[in-house]
Write a protein that binds this ligand. Structure first.
Ligand SMILES: Nc1ncnc2c1ncn2[C@@H]1O[C@H](COP(=O)(O)OP(=O)(O)OP(=O)(O)O)[C@@H](O)[C@H]1O
Length: 247
């Protein structure tokens, strides 16, 4: 059995008495991609906000690489890379300056940071754009920079919230391939919140969230086998009684 890199136990969160999460537990294992799926309002964003330490749960615990998010936050956060739907890049700074800002936040020495940035940009064929202002880049290219940024401190767990939103098919595919490679080659554990069926299909495991609770958690292939005529949409509908995919 592979190591558990992230463990969340019995998470509860309410907003002004309205329950957003009601006892959610999950594990992320080394090298696996887990798709997180749920209709609007299911609690996905809330869950990701708790997992990234942005807010604390009312009840429950989160451990990243064995470090408690509440009492050892900086150690826990050092193990996490995050790509949110909303860009975390400063549009008026260059690619390089954005990436250095991130490595500074993580306390990486500048020479090591510069080396990692150069290597990462070369890997994705962006060496020539290191000095380009982010605003001048396409949406797909910006997303690649976000992914590079999220990985510079070499986290073992990657959390992605609708990370391909607004991307064309080719850019989406490139991002998926890059993330699959990270999981396979470097053992990174990935939690991928999505609305897109094609992204669910590349995941090893699927977690269905609805009304703040986990409705299904299991292997994607098992789920797909149950799905008649390869219809993932219909199978999810059976579990939730409502659609979750974008039209
Ligand atoms: N800051 C907030 N204040 C009050 N209620 C909130 C807040 N954030 C979320 N909620 C409520 O908590 C529930 C879960 O919302 P959440 O945004 O986590 O779901 P979601 O699955 O991410 O939905 P979506 O796909 O629409 O983003 C919803 O009922 C939502 O209205």
């Amino acid at each position: 059995m592979t190591a558990i890199l992230l463990n969340a136990q019995d998470l509860h969160k309410s907003y002004a008495g309205k329950r957003a999460l009601q006892g959610v537990s999950l594990n992320l294992h080394e090298g696996e991609i887990v798709a997180l799926l749920g209709p609007n309002g299911a609690g996905k964003s809330t869950l990701l906000q708790l997992l990234t330490g942005l807010f604390s749960p009312d009840q429950g615990h989160i451990h990243v690489l064995g470090h408690d998010m509440r009492t050892q936050a900086s150690r826990a956060l050092a193990g996490l890379g995050v790509v949110f739907q909303q860009s975390a890049l400063d549009l008026d700074l260059s690619v390089q300056a954005n990436l250095l800002f991130h490595t500074d936040l993580h306390g990486l020495a500048r020479p090591l940071a510069r080396q990692r940035i150069a290597e990462a940009l070369e890997k994705i064929g962006m060496t020539a754009q290191a000095k380009a202002v982010v605003r001048s880049l396409s949406g797909g290219t910006r997303r690649k920079v976000e992914l590079v940024r999220a990985l510079l401190h070499q986290p073992r767990v990657l959390l992605m919230d609708e990370a391909t939103a607004g991307l064309d098919m080719a850019s989406r595919q490139q991002l998926l391939t890059a993330v699959r490679g990270l999981a396979q080659d470097q053992g990174v554990a990935v939690l991928w919140a999505t609305h897109l069926a094609e992204e669910v299909k590349v995941a090893d495991r699927l977690i269905l969230l609805d009304k703040g609770m986990v409705r299904f958690s299991g292997s994607t292939s098992d789920f797909m086998q149950k799905a008649q005529a390869d219809d993932l949409y219909a199978e999810i509908f059976k579990h939730l009684g409502q659609p979750v995919f974008e039209a």
